[in-house]
Ligand binder design. Structure first.
Ligand code: A3P
Length: 285
């Protein structure tokens, strides 16, 4: 199927999820001071955040994560369903967005809304994205892995270049309104990360609730949760015979896909584009 992207300030956004109206809704959205945003570049842990954050904010009530699909439970602000479900979200509202910092709605900047930014090793993001492009009928065919490396580095994928996204959110005026975390930290120490999130959001959590939340948000448990594993999406939209949405859930899968030349080329481009960003990630040399 031929992809049908909208061009939004130079970013390719798939028409199945975004329309002129949904983007207008996004731009005019009135951010409240108690809103919470999880911001990610696609394939960096968005779905995971949609599971964790409601549990923290509602004191470990499992009903929403067991009964409401993730896209209605934690709306994706620039996506078409946001306008339909936003009014059903009890405050503090939690939502996700893939937008770069400079394109957030005007009311966001003057609000006190908090942000958790999740970054993931771009090599693993690219591998995850490659499989996602294979399974999603509404995206361009990724081509070979080799071809997809070039598309990814050129930003000819969902939401453009990884480096632009990360740089934009690493250079904000948000001060203590923003918390940075990596997908890799979440994989390594989910309990510690959930505790950090709760502290950042001013939520008290008993040890027992914390343990329950962590156990519910593991990869294997989420994979079996129909409200979170995208099994509700029709096969002709997301072809689960090609890949699972919750595919592997590990760090370092890139090592199973990149050869030394891929690695060299990819690292050189990312390194060059991250120059001067004052950002050091665990995966950098
Ligand atoms: P993989 O394709 O590498 O497995 P997003 O939600 O931003 O699209 O990101 C999807 C990626 O996050 C997928 O990566 C998915 O498996 C991973 N993921 C989702 N929930 C996870 C969890 N509980 N633990 C680890 N990884 C998770």
């Amino acid at each position: 199927m031929e992809c049908n992207y909208l061009n939004y300030h130079g970013l390719p956004l798939p028409r199945i999820a975004h329309s002129e109206d949904s983007l207008k809704y996004f731009e005019n959205f009135q951010v409240n001071d108690d809103d919470v945003f999880a911001i990610t570049y696609p394939k960096s842990g968005t779905t995971w955040m949609q599971e964790i954050l409601p549990l923290i904010l509602n004191g470990g009530d499992f009903t929403p994560v067991q009964t409401i699909p993730n896209w209605d439970r934690v709306p994706w602000l620039e996506e078409t369903r946001a306008a339909l479900v936003m009014d059903t979200i009890a405050p503090p509202r939690v939502m996700v967005s893939h937008m770069p910092y400079n394109l957030m709605p005007p009311s966001f900047y003057s609000s006190k809304a908090k942000v958790i930014y999740v970054a993931r090793n771009p090599k693993d993001v690219m591998v995850s994205s490659f499989y996602f492009h294979q399974m999603a009928s509404f995206l361009d065919d990724p081509g070979t892995f080799e071809e997809f490396i070039d598309k990814f580095l050129e930003g000819k994928v969902l939401f453009g270049k990884w480096t632009n996204h990360v740089r934009s959110w690493r250079n904000t005026d948000l001060g203590d309104r923003i918390l940075y975390v990596t997908y890799e930290e979440m994989v390594e120490d989910l309990k510690g990360v959930v505790r950090r999130f709760a502290d950042f959001l001013g939520q008290k959590m008993s040890e027992e609730t914390l343990e329950q939340v962590v156990s519910h948000c593991t990869f294997n448990t989420m994979k079996t949760n129909a409200m979170s594993n995208y099994s509700l999406v029709p096969q002709e939209v997301l072809d689960k015979t090609k890949s699972a949405f919750l595919r592997k859930g590990i760090s370092g899968d890139w090592k199973n896909h990149f050869n030394p030349e891929h690695e060299k080329k990819f690292t050189a481009v990312i390194k060059e584009e991250m120059k001067g960003s004052n950002t050091q990630f665990p995966w950098d040399d």
